[in-house]
Write a protein that binds this ligand. Structure first.
Ligand code: RRO
Length: 310
């Protein structure tokens, strides 16, 4: 028997537990439709802002053997374009997740209200873009995060998720888990890229991306242990009651399995999707199914959170 790879998050059924991470090949209508036609279990939009944005100057993404660094700077079509597109994307018969960002708190409210009216299946509130010069990541300020989430929550009638940055201290996990509990969040996406890293090309004696002096968000295989730690920490602190979409370092099926052992219900694919294109979803399904079958698990649901501690 082939293991069951479909899952449910906040009452919404996903035909596969693999989907794109916000930002990865999901800015334009063409890219979103390509995700629709692919094996991806959902269509996640690029984080949207009030105005359309070109983003930061290029080069702004660099892939290397163990991961990637980016400083895209929120290039997107603006929320009105996505609000208009969402009804048409429903023809693909898979959940649509609208990712909402903003350059100030009030932007999130304007976008959330309008995008909610276009009826995506879920909304992911991005508190963790690391790449806007002069704008700190909201997720690193628990008071600002709670204030924003409490203002945005009543405007959203579909399941509301939050995309958080990685935390590196158990006290920060605890404080943010309390914020998430109080803000009535329906799911978490963990983690955004590891912000403000620096990749150096020693041959050219230079940085590899242009914005912010070369500083940018790290993704891909290299960040998997950080992602797993955050999935596990929030899974334990929230006692498995808030579904988690694991993001970070999923390159092979076995990486997804590790996320699920830590507590993830599904996983998002960023760097591997950028590098490989939408065929990545079929490969990951095949690889995860083989891992689950070999270990005697009949479904993704049956291995969730089963990580053994010594
Ligand atoms: O657009 C970006 O530079 C970006 C965003 Br909004 C984000 O949330 N995470 C990331 O790595 N890049």
């Amino acid at each position: 028997m082939t293991p069951e790879l479909s899952i449910t998050i906040a009452g919404v059924r996903f035909p596969s537990c693999f989907m794109n991470a916000a930002g990865a090949r999901c800015v334009t209508r063409e890219e979103l439709e390509r995700l629709g036609r692919s094996r991806a279990g959902a269509i996640v939009t690029k984080s949207m802002t009030v105005e359309a944005r070109q983003g930061n100057p290029e080069p702004r993404y660099f892939g290397f053997p163990s991961g990637s660094i980016n400083s895209m700077g929120l290039p997107n079509l603006g929320y009105l374009a996505y609000a208009e597109m969402i009804p048409a994307l429903r023809t693909f018969k898979k959940p649509i997740i609208a990712s909402v960002a903003g350059l100030c708190e009030d932007d999130f409210l304007v976008i959330a209200k309008e995008i909610n009216a276009s009826r995506p299946d879920l909304i992911e509130v991005n508190l963790s873009c690391p790449n806007i010069p002069g704008k700190p990541q909201i997720g690193y300020d628990p008071e600002a995060s709670e204030r924003l989430l409490k203002r945005v929550r009543p405007l959203i009638t579909v399941p509301m998720g939050v995309k958080l940055p990685p935390y590196f201290d158990p006290v920060h996990h605890q404080v943010m888990a309390e914020v998430i509990r109080r803000a009535d969040v329906d799911f978490l996406s963990l983690i955004n890229s590891v912000g403000n890293a620096l990749v150096v090309d020693p041959d050219r004696e230079a940085v590899v991306i242009k914005p912010k002096g070369g500083f940018g968000g790290l993704g891909g295989a290299i960040i998997k242990p950080v992602a797993l730690a955050n999935v596990r920490a929030f899974w334990k602190l929230l006692e498995g009651r808030v579904p988690i979409i694991g993001t970070g370092g999923v390159v092979r099926g076995i990486d997804a399995f590790e996320h699920m052992l830590c507590g993830a219900s599904a996983v998002q694919i960023g760097t591997a999707l950028v590098e490989e294109g939408v065929d990545v979803f079929e490969r990951l399904e095949r690889e995860l199914a083989a891992v689950l079958a070999q270990k005697g698990y009949g479904s993704v649901d049956s291995c969730r959170g089963k990580l053994r501690e010594l």
